[in-house]
Design a protein around this ligand. Structure first.
Ligand SMILES: [Zn+2]
Length: 145
């Protein structure tokens, strides 16, 4: 398993990533409220503003997911379960942890879950927009080492 020094390193990485995200989320929220404050008589402008806001909200949703993952990983560092796969309990490959310190699954389980997700989409799950495929890091687990 991971030694203490490594855990501290991962913790630092996760914490700085988390504060980056929180800053970013802060800015996004400010952007949204500024946009909302703008008044325009031109209906085209209104539509553009609306579009922007939707995009921002979706972006924020991804961030939120990532933030939750990082917080979970930090909790796992605290309780000593960090570095082990949440699903099967085997140690997570260190190269994978380095590339994706917030992951809680080993590559096998992550790959399996990805294909489960793909299946549920295929068999008429939610009708997601195509850009959903380009999720930020944290969601495309299976693409990691
Ligand atoms: Zn596993």
């Amino acid at each position: 398993m991971l030694n203490k020094k490594k855990l501290v390193d991962y913790k630092k990485v996760l914490q700085s990533r988390l504060s980056e995200l929180l800053n970013e989320a802060d800015r996004t929220v400010k952007n949204i409220s500024e946009t909302q404050g703008e008044t325009s008589s031109d209906p085209t402008d209104q539509a553009v503003l609306e579009l922007d806001r939707n995009r921002l909200l979706r972006f924020k949703d991804r961030e939120r997911k990532l933030i939750r993952k990082i917080e979970k990983a930090l909790n796992r560092i605290e309780d000593g379960s960090y570095g082990g796969c949440e699903a099967c309990g085997s140690p997570i490959n260190e190269a994978r942890l380095k590339a994706r310190p917030m992951t809680t699954l080993c590559i096998d389980c992550a790959t399996e879950m990805e294909s489960e997700k793909a299946k549920s989409k295929l068999f008429g799950g939610e009708s997601t927009l195509p850009d959903d495929a380009g999720e930020d890091e944290g969601d495309d687990e299976a693409n990691a080492v």
